[in-house]
Design a protein around this ligand. Structure first.
Ligand code: DX5
Ligand code: ZN
Length: 218
């Protein structure tokens, strides 16, 4: 399943190893790690020490979504913990170009996340230097929220960026579930983060089967 990036934020951490094994069995190849510091967002999640452990149990790419102040100070720790892609918020730094250069100098992919109210214009000067744009379709800080419809228009408008950077990955984050995923992909999205739709109720395999049917992915 190469079009979804499960977020473990909503999972029962007592089931972490089992959950990751199920993701491996389904061929999920990106794991979305929501890092929260209680300052940039009103919630606290986990850090590099947890990632170091789970990197031993997940076969795919680890992407850290840094919802933290002063990300510059922590990039290296997340790469050392095993992250292959670092996504930072445009709203979390004064020097976005320098931050992207810092991430790329560590040999990992660089992504920029933008909150629902942040305009595409903040990306215009940097879009040719990054690997991924993360469109926040909820206000960051919590799983289980509803998809903010206005972000759909933003994603459609952003398609022009792919003419500048052909390899750019468009990822959406927040409120994606079995009932809206097909419509969201039709907006021009390559990858969808899914947290509560996979980990909140029923069992992970059952939820993944439902999603697989919806997007008919291998
Ligand atoms: C929110 C996080 C999202 C969230 C997704 O701040 O960035 O990744 O965990 O969870 P769902 O899919 O439940 O909206
Ligand atoms: Zn996220």
């Amino acid at each position: 399943m190469n079009r979804i990036a499960p977020s473990i934020l909503s999972m029962d951490f007592l089931d972490l190893r089992k959950g990751l094994e199920t993701l491996n069995e389904f061929g999920v190849d990106v794991l979305h790690l929501d890092i929260m510091d209680g300052a940039f967002v009103p919630n606290i999640s986990f850090g590099p020490c947890v990632i170091k452990s789970l990197s031993k149990a997940f076969d795919g790419l680890l992407e850290a979504h840094l919802m933290i102040e002063t990300p510059e100070n922590y990039i290296e720790d997340f790469v050392k913990a095993g992250c292959n892609r670092i996504i930072v918020h445009a709203e979390s730094t004064k020097h976005l170009h320098r931050l992207i250069q810092q991430i790329k100098s560590l040999g990992v992919q660089a992504g920029i996340a933008i909150n629902p109210a942040t305009p595409l214009s903040v990306l215009e000067e940097i879009v040719s230097e990054i690997d991924l744009i993360l469109f926040m379709s909820v206000n960051p800080g919590f799983g289980g929220q509803s998809f903010i419809q206005s972000v759909g228009e933003k994603i459609k408008k952003a398609q022009n960026f792919k003419k500048i950077n052909k390899n750019l990955i468009f990822e959406v984050d927040g409120g994606v579930n079995q009932s809206n995923i097909k419509e969201i992909f039709s907006l021009g999205i390559d990858l969808a983060v899914m947290g509560s739709a996979i980990f909140n109720k029923n069992d992970v395999a059952q939820n993944l089967e439902l999603i697989q049917k919806e997007i008919k992915c291998q």
